[in-house]
Design a protein around this ligand. Sequence first.
Ligand code: AMP
Ligand code: ZN
Length: 136
Amino acid sequence: MPDCIFCQIIEGKLPCAKVYEDDLVISFLDINPVNTGHTLVVPKSHYVSLFDTPPDLLQACIEVSQKVARAVFKGTGASGLNIIQNNFRSAGQLIDHIHFHLVPRNMHDGFFTSWPGKPYPSGELEKTLKKIKAEL
Ligand code: AMP
Ligand code: ZN
């Protein structure tokens, strides 16, 4: 995909701080990290989101994420790590080439520790469950 920054990195047209690469997947440091060592895992084929990426490629991404996450965790001396994968603008996706964020975490690092969860109003859980299951 010519306009895609990650495709340009994969093709070697743009530089990156490469952490890992194999036939299917590349991993490099995020240029604007939440925390030092924030790393991206990116399939080498251009797919936009979780929804259009073939399952075998997702599997490869998760396997690389586990391998690289172990290295990020140990290499940065972090005490925690989040894997985050954003789909579409409303969920914070800025680059339309699927990728996984590996974010090393430490206590009081200023990122999130909890999100504003709230209980369902009466009857909503059952209705929502029915709608989701109907799509499976
Ligand atoms: P997202 O919001 O999930 O699409 O995340 C895109 C991420 O890509 C952001 O965290 C950016 O900092 C990162 N990013 C953008 N351009 C580059 C680049 N050239 N090299 C490394 N990371 C990048
Ligand atoms: Zn791309």
